[in-house]
Design a binder for this molecule. Structure first.
Ligand code: 0PR
Length: 353
């Protein structure tokens, strides 16, 4: 049988995943047959997971971080909602989030039976604390902010949202699934050290250059992890706080290797290159007369006519759009200036057709 070949990254402008770092790839292969879901039996990978959580704590301004390597941002977000629900003293809990929140929160609300209340964002496409405050009440278990939104790469006003949560006696969760590996090199106030944030999603398998699956859930308090733990009577370890049982040691080991190799200098270089590319392509698109949403983080949204979008896509570019229909260019580490130049050449050619 012929071997199936995966998508290469050469013409992928739509994805929040990227080519893993070579050390991450090698570590994943070494740890393919390990299960961090059973840390007493698979001790080496359990130690690596502790290292990952420690380093993610450093990235996000958290001393004594708790947490684990999840299957991705979806699991981490579901678990943040679950912990808040389990810690809340109401039997009718709600979660308040901006409309820019990732769709994983819809899944969380549905699975966990909590009410998801969505507030409109402001004209700057960021969460509007006042609009969110109007949805908060005594049953609010969690207030969510996004640090690096999926569609426009915006960073919500996290300190204000954390204050809102604290006043309501609710927890505050920050979804930095995508933005978390870029934000340490910016001036944004987004992390545990900047505000009373309780939990965070930050995914090594996105900008962290680990292999899939490697998401991250971090928590400030042990009580948050306790709220997630169930007893596991017949395993060597006696409780488990993760959502999945058996899980990928490859993801964990690759995250440890990537962080060891790239934090902080490699990630800074990645961010600076990606941000420069995003600004460069945003200017190039604006010069051509298109409406461009300026890139706060390395993600550019641009209004293209439907026919032009389809024509460029037909030239074998992998492209994604926002709910409003704008083209989204995610400037991940695999997206080089040459790639973007080639994309612009195809775009120009399609306009001339
Ligand atoms: N939170 C945020 C802010 C996200 O952007 C995403 C994923 C998640 C949570 C969920 O993470 P997982 O997909 O790891 O569970 N955002 C991307 C999106 O929905 C996911 C993605 C990744 C899509 C790679 C395509 C792709 O090729 O667009």
């Amino acid at each position: 049988m012929e071997q199936a070949v995966p998508q290469t990254f050469d013409r992928v402008l739509s994805s929040m995943c990227t080519r893993p770092h070579p050390v991450a790839r090698a570590a994943a292969e070494r740890f393919l047959a390990t299960n961090p879901g059973d840390p007493e039996t698979y001790r080496a990978v359990a130690d690596l997971e502790t290292e990952v959580v420690e380093t993610l704590g450093e990235l996000t301004g958290l001393d004594q971080p708790r947490g684990y390597v999840a299957s991705g941002g979806t699991e981490a977000n579901i678990q943040a909602v679950r912990a808040a629900r389990n810690r809340a003293s109401t039997d009718d809990p709600n979660v308040v989030a901006p409309s820019s929140v990732h769709f994983s929160f819809q899944k969380a609300a549905e699975v966990l039976g909590v009410d998801l209340r969505i507030a409109p964002v402001g004209s700057d496409r960021r969460a509007d604390p006042e609009a969110m405050a109007s949805l908060v009440d005594d049953d609010t278990a969690l207030v969510v902010g996004v640090a690096g939104t999926t569609e426009y790469g915006r960073v919500d006003p996290i300190p204000e949202l954390a204050d809102l949560a604290a006043e309501a006696d609710a927890l505050c969760h920050v979804d930095a699934a995508w933005g978390g590996f870029a934000l340490p090199f910016t001036d944004h106030e987004w992390h545990f050290g900047h505000a009373a944030v309780d939990t965070m999603t930050i995914d090594p398998h996105k900008m962290g250059q680990a292999v899939v699956p490697a998401g991250g859930l971090l928590a400030r308090d042990a009580a948050t992890m306790d709220a997630l733990a169930v007893e596991t009577p017949y395993l060597e370890s006696t409780s488990q706080a993760t959502l999945t049982g058996t899980r990928s040691g490859a993801g964990v080991a690759s995250a440890a290797a990537a962080l060891d190799e790239l934090w902080p200098d490699g990630y800074r270089e990645n961010y600076e290159r990606a941000q420069a590319n995003a600004e460069w392509v945003a200017d190039a698109l604006a010069d051509r007369g298109f409406d461009v949403v300026d890139p706060v983080l390395p993600l550019v949204a641009v209004d293209l006519p439907d026919s032009l979008f389809a024509a460029v896509q037909d030239r074998d570019w992998r492209l994604a759009r926002t709910a409003r229909g704008e083209l989204r260019l995610v400037c991940m580490p695999h997206v080089t200036r040459d790639t973007l130049s080639a994309f612009l050449r195809d775009l120009d050619a399609c306009r001339d057709e």
